[in-house]
Structure formats: C-alpha cells, structure tokens
Design a protein around this ligand. Structure first.
Ligand code: ZN
Length: 400
C-alpha cells in the first residue's frame, strides 16, 4: 500500500516524495507507521524492485494487502490514481469504506456518481470479487475492474487466450460489444479487448482499442471506435472443424452426452451440416460450443418438423432452457453484463437460419421450416454440402 498513518494519526503517503526524502522519514518515524485499516505496525519499504510502499508484518491478515502486493499492482494503482486525480479532484487512493469494511484501490467521487476502481493483477477466488462488488453495490458505488497482465494477441489472427478469471470481468457496451479492460503500468494507455468472439472455450477473436491515460474518464468514454475485426465464414469454419475433430478424436469419455445424443440420432459429428455451429451475436454468454447447443435446437425441435411446418419461438426457448437446467448447455456467468439474455442469442441463431433460407419467420413469434433435415452420412455428401453452403453463404457473417 502507498498510505499509512503516523502515531499522531496523520496520513502519510509515499507518493510525490523522493527516495532521499523517504529515507529521511524512515529514520525519523522508524517503527511508528501504522496501517490506517487494521492499526498494526507497517514497514516503509524502499527497494529496487517495487516503488516505495508500506508492507504489513508477516502473519498480519489485513484487508488492504491481502496476500501482498506485486510491483505491477503498486505501480498500476499509483498511475491510475494520478491519472484520474488529474480530471477528478475527489479521488482517493486506498480508500477505506468502514460501512462495508473494504478498501478501494482508487475511489472517485464525480459530480453525480461514485466509483470504486480496482486494479486486479492476480487471480483471486471469484467469490471474493463477487463479495467486493456486492459491497460496493450496497453503497451504490459503481465498481470498475481493470485487469493487469494483458494477454498476448496473435498479430495476424487477432486471437487471444482468456482465462475464466479474466472472462468473469466481461462487460457489454453498445459499440464495443463484449469487452474487458486491461492495463500494463509500463504503457500509457488502457487496452480494451473489444468485440470478443469465442472460438473455443478459451480462445477469442478480439479487436484492440487503446485509450490514452490522458483521455481516461469515468465512466469510460470511447470516442474513436475502429471497425471491429471481421470474422470470415472461411476462418470460422476452420475453427469449427478443429473443434469438432478434437471433440471426436480426443474424447474417450463414453459418457459424453453430446456425442451420445448425436450418435443416437444416427448423425455423424464430423458431418453435421454447417448451419449447426454458426457464430451468433451474444454467444459469449454460452460456454457450450455453438455446435453443441445449436445441435440441441435441431435435435429437440427442428429435426422433427416437416417442410412447411410451424414452430413457436416459445417452444424452442423452452427446450433450450430445459437443456440449460439439465446442464447439457452451460451458461457462462458474466456478473458485469447487466442483462444476460439467452433469448436474444437464440433469436440471433434463428435470424441466421432465416438468412440462409432454412427457416422463415411468420412475424408472429413463430418460424416455418423451409428445408427439412437431410442426414449426411459420408464424406462425399459432406464435401458436396460444404462447397454448396460456402458458395451460397460466404457473406453471411458480414454484419451478422
Ligand atoms: Zn492493515
């Protein structure tokens, strides 16, 4: 931490002081620095690896530096504090909220809102994040989590790997899509990983947007939004194929309920028609791969229909929700996305099926099947289907 108090209860910060000044203070005050939260002795550390900071004695369990602080965390919160302070006068570092017994990295009181800005560098249990967020919420304070250690993005494919801890902080913005903010204190900008599209449970396509620290405001205001990186049908189909061959090839678990369902219906996982497993807007909310959940949509309902037959959206939704309840479709918990909306995702899938000419909307919360399910049971048939599908639909994902 970067704050302590003296025995006379004066606040003392390491910020804005030179090493020489701090060394002098250390001589003067010595052992008399106290933690403002737990009141135990803290030590002023002036070393080479980390910026000057205070540290609790070992074995002291204190809210403020639970598990110690990394150099990145100390540095990052200092920079975020100084940056925000520049625009917002009522900004405080390591602010203690006694009502909920929590310490905020950077606390900001703007004209009409209060913010808790948390710079999170290490993976801590998600329950702890939820607990802290709920605490802020109970005081009507908006929490903004900025993560450390921005993951690498492949320079050509724009693919990045995100852990479930990182994904937990996903937010939604009308123009940025689903995004996560990251900050490396060595950079003078915040990196927004925007328009996240899952390619598998951990790999995501993303478009990077930088906001220079000098332009950082609360709430985040992003004026210059570049066109998101487009996902082409061709590259998507490659990812799709890789996923399905992995699932079939490396899965020796005979209890794999998805594969069992496919086989039970005399379908072949690797020859499933390409309209199963399409990338759909909002699908980040579903952890299960689109091949799986879209297959269930067919298996439970659409496959049973004859050409020209009608089905209500509510029926499709009900089966979908039942699958979620049974656990064959897994939902990704995104507590920072305000309205997680599975209905919307399912509708987006049906919209794509309409674009492809497989279903038609009656305009009355129902859909009519235009093309009956045809089983593909060998490689030749599948190749024929693939080339036809690709030829007709190669632009389907543009502004999908
Ligand atoms: Zn303490």
């Amino acid at each position: 931490m970067l704050h302590a108090k003296t025995e006379l209860n004066h606040s003392f910060t390491t910020l804005g002081k030179t090493i020489e000044e701090l060394k002098k203070c250390k001589q003067e005050y010595g052992t008399k620095f106290l933690c403002p939260v737990c009141n135990t002795r803290v030590i002023l550390k002036i070393g080479k690896k980390k910026i000057p900071h205070f540290s609790h004695l070992p074995d002291v369990a204190c809210k403020i530096t639970k598990g110690g602080e990394s150099a990145e965390h100390l540095n990052g919160k200092k920079i975020l504090y100084e940056t925000i302070k520049f625009h917002e006068e009522q900004t405080q570092l390591e602010y203690y909220l006694s009502e909920i017994n929590q310490v905020v990295d950077v606390y900001v009181h703007t004209k009409d809102q209060r913010y808790a800005v948390e710079y999170q560098c290490s993976s801590i249990p998600l329950e702890e994040i939820t607990h802290r967020t709920n605490g802020y919420r109970s005081l009507k304070i908006n929490s903004i989590w900025i993560l450390g250690n921005p993951p690498k993005i492949h320079p050509i494919t724009s693919v990045t790997r995100l852990s479930s801890f990182q994904l937990h902080f996903t937010r939604h913005h009308s123009q940025l899509g689903f995004y996560i903010p990251f900050f490396n204190p060595l950079n003078d900008y915040i990196s927004f990983y925007t328009n996240l599209i899952p390619l598998s449970s951990r790999m995501f396509l993303t478009s990077l947007v930088h906001i220079n620290l000098s332009k950082l405001t609360l709430p985040f205001h992003i004026s210059k939004i570049s066109k998101p990186r487009e996902l082409t049908l061709k590259s998507w189909l490659n990812y799709r194929e890789r996923w399905i061959s992995n699932r079939v090839g490396f899965n020796h678990n005979i209890r794999d309920s998805f594969l069992t369902t496919v086989y039970s219906s005399y379908d072949y996982p690797i020859y499933l028609p390409l309209f199963i497993g399409l990338p759909v807007k909002g699908m980040i909310q579903i952890q299960t791969h689109p091949i799986e959940w879209q297959y269930y949509v067919w298996f439970d309902n659409l496959k049973k229909l004859k050409k020209g037959e009608k089905i209500a959206f509510s029926t499709l939704l009900k089966s979908f929700q039942l699958r979620v309840k049974q656990g064959s479709i897994m939902i990704r918990s995104l507590p920072f996305v305000e309205h997680q909306d599975l209905k919307w995702v399912l509708r987006n899938y049906l919209k794509l099926l309409m674009k492809i000419g497989i279903v038609e909307s009656t305009g009355n919360q129902s859909y009519i099947l235009l093309k009956e399910w045809e089983q593909i049971n060998n490689h030749t048939k599948f190749m024929h289907h693939s080339s036809d599908f690709f030829y007709r639909n190669r632009h389907i994902l543009n502004n999908a």
